[in-house]
Design a protein around this ligand. Structure first.
Ligand SMILES: *Cc1c(COP(=O)(O)O)cnc(C)c1O
Length: 379
């Protein structure tokens, strides 16, 4: 048996659409498939404007440019996140201000957010960990009270809802990832969701190397030229073709993931009752996409034993982030105003289990039997 942590999947028409994109003889950015992906998002999520990017990292970088982040501006975010959440702002001279997470949701601790706000605060970046939404009403209330923008890092949240609203459509800007480790994939890939129409025109420019090329192609100007800062943030249409087949099947993908998630959740109930581990907590405002199934051990040592034991048996389970506040670059570029007790503990004790579209029932029973053996041996 060898069960990886993740395995990228082809769900239906990826090859057909990529072939078609090639036959259309236009595989650069903003081709046929990019346009129908944009339309898919705009219609199915009721979002003002969506722009595909080559990664969620790129979408976050665009967000930092669009907000005009200047050297010294502060951006509040959890320390327990991927490096891109912080890097995007650091590239513009911004200072990430790291705060702790809530021990139940593993999402940003709103009380610390309010305490971390200063005159320099320009944005709050809620990261929807494991595709489970942050408590957005609380974050929106703070953003309104202090006049600060919300940029959602919804990399893991494609298909998740907060009180019925898709993640990524709640802040002024939202960022999605289609990296092969996410739910809906295209190898590398991402999207910027623009929920405030005042950003649309400039977003198109920033994404097209700082030129007004998008306007030119629509016939709105008679030549295109360099008008602003920007970079090349758009994906090839081949990537969009792969993605479109996945978007057409998003319910099928997320339903299968929910089936696996529920399997794990039921399996681990007994061990949570015995106090060996803790399972994820799903808040009542959140309808999630089963992006990730994790458990939390009581100690670093027990987690280490667990990962090693599973590895010996051919099962690849993995821990997650090294908190940004304790990383070398996080210490150099960021600020950490408060204690990080929950983040440090979660980082030491959390483990993620294999969860991917074509994991089989046989795989799942093998994983369950192996874990049962681990608990029998160690508790
Ligand atoms: C995956 C991920 C990213 C980066 O996504 P890419 O598409 O690989 O750039 C950013 N933030 C979070 C929270 C992620 O999980």
């Amino acid at each position: 048996m060898a069960i990886p942590f993740n395995r990228p999947h082809v769900i239906e028409k990826e090859f057909e659409y990529m072939r078609d994109a090639i036959e259309r003889k236009a595989i650069c950015g903003d081709g046929y498939y990019t346009k129908i992906c944009h339309k898919w998002f705009e219609e199915s999520l009721s979002v003002e404007k969506t722009l595909l990017t080559h990664s969620c990292t790129a979408a976050l970088e665009m967000a930092a440019i669009l907000l005009d982040i200047k050297p010294g501006d502060e951006i509040i975010m959890p320390s327990y996140t991927f490096v891109s959440t912080a890097n995007a702002f650091v590239l513009r001279g911004g200072v990430p201000v790291f705060v702790d997470v809530n021990p139940y949701t593993i999402n940003i601790d709103e009380e610390q957010v309010e305490k971390a706000i200063t005159e320099k605060t320009k944005a709050i970046v809620p990261v929807h960990y494991a595709g489970m939404s942050c408590d957005m009403d609380k974050i929106i209330a703070l953003a309104n009270k202090y006049n600060i923008a919300i940029i959602e890092d919804a990399a893991q949240g494609v298909g998740s809802l907060y009180k019925g609203k898709p993640l990524g459509t709640i802040g002024v800007l939202g960022a999605y990832s289609f990296h092969e480790t996410k739910n809906v994939i295209s190898g590398e890939g991402g999207a910027l969701l623009i929920n405030d129409s005042s950003y649309v025109e400039r977003a198109e420019i920033v994404r097209e190397k700082g030129t007004n090329r998008s306007k030119f192609f629509r016939g709105e100007v008679d030549k295109y030229t360099w008008v602003d800062v920007g970079s090349s943030y758009l994906p090839s249409d081949l990537v969009a073709a792969y993605l479109y087949s996945q978007l057409e099947n998003i319910n099928k993908i997320n339903d299968k993931r929910k089936y696996v998630w529920n399997f794990y959740n039921n399996f681990f109930a007994e061990y949570e009752n015995k106090g060996y581990i803790r399972r994820p907590v799903v808040a009542d405002y959140c309808q999630h996409n089963a992006h990730m199934f994790f458990i939390l051990f009581n100690s670093y040592d027990m987690r280490y034993k667990f990962i090693s034991f599973l590895k010996e048996k051919g099962i690849n389970s993995v821990f997650h982030y090294v908190p940004l506040h304790s990383s070398p670059a996080g210490q150099k570029y960021g600020k950490t105003p408060f204690a990080m007790n929950v983040t440090d503990k979660v980082s030491d004790t959390l483990v993620r289990l294999p969860l991917f579209y074509d994991i089989s029932d046989d795989d799942l029973s093998y994983i369950a039997d192996t874990i049962k053996q681990f608990f029998d041996d160690n508790f």
